[in-house]
Every structure is written in C-alpha cells, then in structure tokens.
Design a protein around this ligand. Structure first.
Ligand code: MN
Length: 205
C-alpha cells in the first residue's frame, strides 16, 4: 500500500519541492513550476482545508479521503495527492535516463522494452481527452498497469499503487510547449527520478 499522508492539526500543507524551481529546465521551466506548484497546487490545498472542518473526512489521511469522497472534496484531495506524487518524482535532466533493478526488469517483461513502454505511456497521455493524468501503477500481484484518469482521478480508487504519473492538464505544459502536449510528454523522461519510482514499487527494498 502507498504511504499515508496525514493532516497536521486538521490541515494539509503544500508539499515542499525536492528541487530548486529551475532544476528541471529546459524540460519544465521555473515559471511553469512556480505557477504549477505555488499557485495551482496551493489552491487545491487551501480549498481542501476549507472543506474539511465539520465534514466526515476531518482527520483522515489524504489517500483515504481520495478513496471515500466525491465532488469538491474528491477533486481537491485527488489533485493534492496527484501533484504530491508528480512533483516528488522529478530531478534534473539526465541523458539516457532509465529505470534499473527490479522495476526495469518488470517493464521489460511486460512491455517488451523500456522504449515500447515509453511509447505506450506517451500514447495514453497524448490520447487522453481534456484534462487528466496518465499513470503507471502496480496491482496487488505487482503487475504493472497503465491507466488514464480524467480530472483529479488517482489509481488508488481502483486498488492500485501509483508509481509514475504525467499531468496532462494544460497548466502543466502550456507556458513552455503551448499546444504541443506530445512534445512535452516525450521530454519528461529526461527528468524522472527512477530511484523514487522504484521506492514506490518496492518500498521494502
Ligand atoms: Mn497539475
């Protein structure tokens, strides 16, 4: 099961970025990071904190709120969980960036090759109509699954463990790539921190 994110004194906090705002350039600009983390994510955090007091979700872990809620609570809680996983998965651009170890082996076994996996993942991201997320998750038997989620959707609602995600809301890429969503998705592979993704896949090591 994924880690639980608990509120502090009834409130969720804006996650600190694990990198400097310009660390992902030129793949994602500091300007985009500033708006995406400092404005969009902050708004979801503030919205959820405003909705929790007196509701049946008060005191619950973020992951449980996402599983059990709908409407505005789900939309804001889902977007916080999604963005926490999204921002925590990046590091500065690296050449020939690729997974290692058991996750690399699982990708090769199920998709044929890392290249074939990337192609499938990008296709699902580019083909998602409107705003949403494409996810790589693990099921209970640790098989890998690629899913599309619209809006604030997260694979935890399907009993899956989320590993990797690309945000295809326009706010994630429009300042840097305008309408070229596929070009943005193709560039993201350079900044994936596969050590973090592997921790999500095999937290016990
Ligand atoms: Mn976003």
């Amino acid at each position: 099961m994924p880690t639980k994110t608990l509120p502090t004194n009834g409130r969720f906090e804006l996650m600190p970025l694990p990198f400097e705002p310009d660390a992902l350039e030129p793949v994602i600009s500091a300007t985009t990071i500033g708006f995406h983390h400092g404005k969009h994510l902050l708004t979801y955090v503030n919205n959820l904190n405003g909705l929790l007091p007196g509701s049946r979700f008060e005191g619950l872990a973020l992951e449980d709120i996402v599983r059990e809620s709908d409407g505005a609570v789900f939309n804001n809680a889902g977007q916080i969980l999604n963005h926490n996983l999204y921002f925590a998965q990046f590091r500065s651009p690296q050449e020939n960036n690729a997974p290692k170890g058991i996750l690399a082996a699982a990708i090769k076994e199920q998709f044929g090759s890392f290249e074939a996996f990337k192609e499938e993942f990008e296709k699902k991201g580019a083909g998602l109509f409107g705003s949403g997320w494409v996810w790589l998750s693990a099921d209970e038997s640790r098989r890998l699954v690629i899913t599309q989620e619209s809006g604030a959707g997260n694979p935890v609602t399907k009993g899956l463990t989320p590993l990797l995600t690309f945000d295809v809301w326009e706010h994630a890429y429009y300042l840097d790539y305008q309408n070229r969503r596929p070009a943005h998705l193709a560039a993201l592979w350079q900044i994936i921190n596969w050590d973090e993704i592997e921790k999500r896949y095999a937290p016990e090591g």
